[in-house]
Design a protein around this ligand. Structure first.
Ligand code: NAD
Length: 458
């Protein structure tokens, strides 16, 4: 067993199984056995996924409060995450793609019949345990695969409860949740019975997962880190966008892969932007996620808090100013004051790396080309945004961002139908919408000769 901590106190409040890598052999064998039936009946799958969505909604109160307890986010955000999990199950509860005719001439007729892959490994991090798990298992199950899901050891409980809730709707072995740490994850990624490894997490772990999956030549989908820039244009109305910009960086305590992690503001508006964001940081109610009125919870875990603290101290030592926050809060738990940093060096780790916490550097620029170059000068390529009044001009600038999704006057909003794919080191493969479904299917091609047409009498 291992302890699960409440990030609002730093104290253990529950525990869960520490499963050993060898246990995966039996789990994957059961997933393989379950796949033999699950893949055969698309109508039964659709019905099961709809029932699963209903079951999640019926258990929303318990799921959301457990999620907040182990993850730290405000209860309203947990409810949103649970609702999104149910919505995703419903989105994918539809018939599989029909056969696709490729050619129907002479001498050949060929068509694709989309087939499932087999057992899929889903490995997820601690920032959105349910939402990211469902982003993997809903399309995988809809495609006819079975799934072995491993949550982060920081947040295994709500996922375990989700598994119990879904067991009423899904046949045995179709979705199995295993709990453990790095060794269990490594074995799951490399297990010879797994045909697709879909992973969300950090870049170093993503590389390890890809190396592991190489042994079994399983398909790999990686959703990795981001260092998204928000570029403000000189016609932006600062007060009008400040709330949205602030929460695009600070939602879930900044622990969002596609949060705004750097802001580039025109020099003329720089002090207005810094002041507007700092005011919101100072006004934000920080507290335990279960407390009424809390807008920003704790950081999820101690190593992440140290990382946020290190990034901030490094920037301050290099001459940055903390216009709001800048330090841990003097209370139990993993609380860090919402922080706005001005006058930051462009090569400070808080600008070049993913801080993944409630800290936002704001950098001035004089020339838009320079700002876009700075936004793109990173190995990350998840998202980015441009903010301004003239939407055509904003869209033109957004089109120059090197990332998977570029928003205008928004950030980090994705519909279930949109593809989600990072470029550069931010990911491999595509999740979301029909592309997410196809990531879990393989083309099976049937190629047959056509009869030669009989020539009639001339
Ligand atoms: P992490 O990479 O440390 O862990 C993610 C998962 O991998 C956990 O379940 C962990 O137990 C498991 N794991 C650890 N070592 C493993 C190994 N060697 N082989 C297989 N599995 C292993 O990430 P984290 O700290 O939990 O999450 C934060 C990171 O996730 C950030 O970098 C963030 O940007 C990223 N993230 C990306 C997205 C996206 O969609 N692009 C979404 C959310 C989070």
């Amino acid at each position: 067993m291992f302890a699960v901590l409440d990030p609002a106190t730093g104290e253990p409040f529950s525990e869960t199984l520490d499963q050993q890598p060898y246990e995966l052999d039996a789990v994957v064998a059961r997933a393989h056995e379950a796949w033999r039936h699950w893949r055969t009946d698309p109508d039964a799958r659709t019905a099961a996924l709809l029932a699963a969505a209903d079951a999640v909604e019926a258990a929303a109160v318990d799921l959301a409060s457990l999620l907040t307890r182990e993850q730290g986010k405000p209860l309203a955000e947990s409810h949103h995450e649970v609702a999104r999990t149910a919505a995703r199950l419903r989105y994918f509860a539809k018939p599989p793609p029909p056969p696709q005719l490729i050619e129907d001439g002479r001498p050949v007729r060929s068509e694709i019949r989309w087939r499932s892959l087999g057992p899929v490994a889903a490995i997820v991090p601690w920032n959105f345990p349910l939402q990211l798990a469902s982003a993997k298992f809903a399309p995988a199950l809809a495609a006819g695969n079975t799934v072995v899901l491993k949550p982060s050891p920081h947040t295994p409980l709500a996922t375990g409860l989700l598994g119990s809730v879904l067991s009423a709707a899904l046949p045995e072995g179709v979705l199995t949740i295993v709990t453990g740490g790095e060794l269990l994850g490594a074995r799951l990624a490399a297990h010879p019975g797994i045909r697709h490894v879909t992973f969300t997490g950090s870049m170093p772990t993503g590389r390890a997962v890809a190396r592991g999956a190489a042994d079994s030549l399983a398909r790999v989908t990686l959703e990795l880190g981001g260092n998204d820039a928000a570029v403000l244009l000189d016609d932006v109305e600062v007060e009008k966008i400040a709330d949205r910009l602030f929460w695009s960086a600070f939602r879930n305590c900044g622990q969002v892969c596609m949060a705004v992690k750097r802001v580039y503001a025109p020099a003329r508006l720089y002090s207005d932007v810094v002041e507007a964001l700092a005011q919101r940081a100072k006004d934000t109610v920080v507290g335990a996620g279960l407390d009424a009125g809390t807008q920003l919870g704790p950081v999820n875990n101690a190593p992440q808090l140290v990382r946020v603290e290190d990034c901030t101290s490094h920037a301050l030592a290099d001459g940055a100013r903390a216009v709001a926050g800048g330090r841990r809060l003097d209370r139990p738990g993993y609380f860090f004051a919402p922080t706005i940093l001005a006058d930051v060096c462009a090569d400070s780790p808080v600008v070049t790396e993913e801080q993944f916490g409630p800290v936002l550097p704001v950098l001035p620029y004089r020339d838009l080309d320079d700002a876009l170059d700075a936004a793109n000068d990173t190995r990350f390529g998840l998202g980015g945004s441009v903010w301004g009044t003239d939407l055509d001009r904003a869209e033109e600038a957004a089109g120059r961002l090197e990332c998977g999704t570029a928003w205008i006057n928004h950030h980090a909003e994705l519909s279930l139908a949109q593809p989600f794919a990072g470029t550069k080191d931010s990911g491999v493969g595509v999740a979301g919408g029909p592309w997410g479904l196809h990531g879990n299917l393989r083309p099976f091609v049937v190629h047959r000769p056509q009869e030669e047409r009989q020539e009639g009498p001339r």
